[in-house]
Design a protein around this ligand. Structure first.
Ligand SMILES: [Fe+2]
Length: 250
């Protein structure tokens, strides 16, 4: 396993995923790893599931995938759009996703190895923006774990972090939703700043990995139309610009 394609946070954006899969063909990766939050959002969850069915990949479960399985959660928030559109086979596929994977010396998870809702490489500031996390706190999440490379998603922020001991933690950014706002633990936004679909190609170089960050353009019109039809103005803005408005803070 020398070349990995790593993607995350597709969030039902089938057209972004189509563009990423086409872009990926030129790299002929040995393995495609998908870090979760696959379907949730006001876009095209069944189209997304069909695309993933057609390509070999290893997928881990994200918090939004888990919430689709939870009767107490799946009728709220982004899942309220998504759950009614899913057929039983697709829900069964979601239910079978692992929360983490170890392949050779690589570990894949959604948030951190211990939590699918924790921001691993970012912290939420009092200014309503996210900032880089303390390297000691990043290392603490994988204390005692033997793998050399850790793959995470969840924050939609593409990052490569090298720890003091040479281990790496990499987030490929989001395929399908380049910006969002949230109110936990306090109001904040995360913005990639461009509408491209984000993913990464990783090439093993001895004990290390070379990283190619791909920002793939695609025609966002259909997805923006779906978001608008669902009344999701923040999604439409994010898909068009890579930004959402800064939440009121303080
Ligand atoms: Fe997530």
């Amino acid at each position: 396993m020398t070349r990995l394609a790593v993607l995350s946070d597709i969030h039902g954006n089938a057209d972004a995923l189509t563009a990423v899969l086409a872009d990926m063909l030129a790299f002929s990766p040995d393995l495609m790893i998908n870090l979760g939050d696959v379907l949730s959002g006001p876009l095209d969850p069944m189209g997304t599931a069909a695309l993933l069915e057609g390509v070999p990949n290893l997928t881990v479960m994200g918090n939004h995938d888990r919430w689709l399985l939870d009767p107490a959660r799946r009728n709220k928030g982004w899942e309220a759009w998504t759950y009614p559109k899913l057929d039983r086979m697709t829900l069964g596929w979601v239910a079978g996703l692992p929360t983490g994977l170890v392949i050779e010396d690589v570990m894949a998870c959604h948030g951190t190895p211990r939590s699918d809702t924790t921001y691993w490489l970012e912290t939420v500031g009092t200014d309503g923006e996210v900032h880089r996390a303390d390297p000691a706190a990043i290392a603490a999440e994988i204390e005692g774990r033997p793998q050399r490379l850790y793959l995470c998603g969840h924050t939609h922020r593409a990052r490569v972090v090298r720890l003091d001991d040479g281990r790496m933690v990499i987030n490929p950014g989001s395929v399908g939703l380049p910006a969002f706002d949230d109110d936990t633990p306090r109001p904040h936004r995360v913005c990639a700043g461009s509408p491209h679909a984000s993913y990464m190609i990783l090439d093993r170089q001895g004990d290390d990995w070379a990283v190619t960050h791909r920002l793939v353009p695609y025609d966002t019109a259909r997805m923006i139309g779906l978001a608008q039809a669902a009344g999701a103005k923040d999604w439409a803005q994010a898909l068009e610009t890579g930004w959402v408005d800064k939440p009121a803070v303080g």
